[in-house]
Design a protein around this ligand. Structure first.
Ligand code: ZN
Length: 428
């Protein structure tokens, strides 16, 4: 038998988990009626009513009655619960080698406003980049009308990020090492006074694609992301794997040619140095630092049937196929999705990738894997927003109460707000 305090603690934990499940369900679905929510979450309707009342009191959801709905059961029709447009949201930031982008994203993955500036960030000072970012983002924030309240900032960077504190350990493609990027961005947007979360680009692309794009419905999913560098976000049994410190997934730095070219990371013959953007451009006779414009030029040449362009792309596809075959053997994914550069050149690399898979992946895991491209146009920003909103989705009570929760039904009071910590009641 637990003490009274333990019992109350366990009840509070159950309620937190149910609030989180309900919000998560609305986050990935369209608006749902209370009865649909009850069915999906296996909760009784009075519990759902009470959870919805709390989310409404915290300014996260609102309810309305469907004007033309026919009640499915006798009695009043079930009200529809939807996310508030002016509810919590995230400022999502994407720092890439050739551009910086930003968006305000509400719950439900709704992009409210977004902006982007083409600029080479390679070898520029992080402080200068963050200052430029400030000048890009301020007008965006000013343009928000009746938009979400920003509760956190999520940042995508092409490098190794320590999950504990968001420190960018190394971003070879940017030439950055040991940059406290989260702190710099927090200082730049000090007036917002919100936490900043930083993630690796491939990981964030994988998490957004898994939730809403090409990986939806899979349990084991790999997103290969090439934009400047090359990395992978790996979802195993529904969860993105980070490794012990958050550095996992650096597929681009697996050795494929021990005597190959020197890689940005300092090793030789990494997959990235064989199939990455620079290698592809160099092999096709273009400036390896030419960035997006040079890649567009390469694709245009391939479209015209230019032999050098086609053979450079086929060679990259072959190397990529070797890398993917290894991943298929290790992780047995349902689906592998190619994003960034590799989505743009997909028509030219698909056949060589499949050939290498045929040769090198074990028949059983190979037979069950699909090769596709990413589906979201802004996977990095959506992934950054997911990262920023994760603490709220995990515990919606971090949003303070704006009003006392309305008693939702006379006969439904299995849990009361009085059981919550008094400190939370005092807020808002
Ligand atoms: Zn390397």
């Amino acid at each position: 038998m637990g003490t009274r305090g333990e019992v109350e603690g366990a009840q509070a934990e159950i309620r937190r988990r149910n609030l989180s499940r309900l919000l998560q369900e609305l986050h990935v679905s369209r608006p749902l009626s209370r009865s649909e929510l009850a069915a999906r979450l296996h909760l009784d309707r009075s519990t759902v009513a009470s959870l919805v009342a709390e989310l409404a009191a915290r300014g996260i959801v609102q309810e309305h009655h469907r004007s033309n709905s026919i009640p499915q059961s006798p009695g009043r029709p079930s009200p529809v619960v939807e996310l508030r447009r002016d509810g919590p949201g995230a400022l999502a930031i994407d720092l890439a080698t050739d551009w910086m982008g930003a968006a305000v994203v509400g719950l439900g993955g709704k992009v409210i406003v977004s902006t982007r500036r083409e600029a080479s960030l390679s070898n520029s000072k992080p402080e200068k980049v963050v200052e430029d970012l400030g000048s890009l983002v301020r007008p965006l924030l000013a343009s928000l009308e009746n938009g979400p309240r920003i509760v956190a900032i999520g940042v995508s960077v092409p490098g190794l990020v320590r999950s504990e504190d968001g420190r960018l350990h190394e971003a070879p493609a940017l030439g950055w090492r040991n940059v406290p990027i989260g702190q710099l961005i927090r200082n730049e947007f000090a007036d917002l006074d919100v936490p900043v979360f930083v993630g690796n680009d491939a990981d964030l692309a994988a998490s957004a694609e898994h939730l809403r794009g090409s990986g939806r419905g899979t349990t084991d999913f790999i997103c290969i992301w090439g934009e400047g560098g090359l990395g992978a976000g790996i979802v195993v049994d529904g969860r993105l794997i980070g490794g012990s410190a958050g550095y996992a997934g650096e597929v681009g730095h697996v050795t494929v040619d021990p005597d190959g070219d020197l890689c940005h990371c300092g090793a030789r013959g990494c997959l990235e140095s064989v199939v990455g953007e620079e290698a592809l451009l160099r092999r096709s006779g273009r400036n390896p630092m030419g960035g997006t414009a040079a890649i567009e030029d390469l694709i245009a040449a391939a479209d015209r049937g230019d032999k050098a362009a086609l053979s450079a792309l086929a060679e990259s596809g072959r190397g990529l196929g070797i890398g993917i075959a290894g991943l298929v053997n290790i992780f047995n994914p349902n689906r592998v999705s190619l994003g960034g550069l590799y989505a743009r050149v997909y028509p030219y690399v698909r056949a060589p990738i499949l050939r290498e898979l045929e040769k090198r992946a074990m028949p059983a895991p190979r037979a069950m894997v699909d090769l596709v491209t990413v589906r979201l146009g802004n996977a990095l920003l959506l992934g950054a927003a997911e990262l920023a909103l994760a603490p709220l989705l995990n515990d919606p009570a971090i949003m303070s109460l704006q009003q006392e929760p309305a008693p939702s039904d006379a006969n439904d009071v299995p849990e009361t707000f009085a059981s919550r910590a008094p400190g939370l009641l005092a807020q808002g």
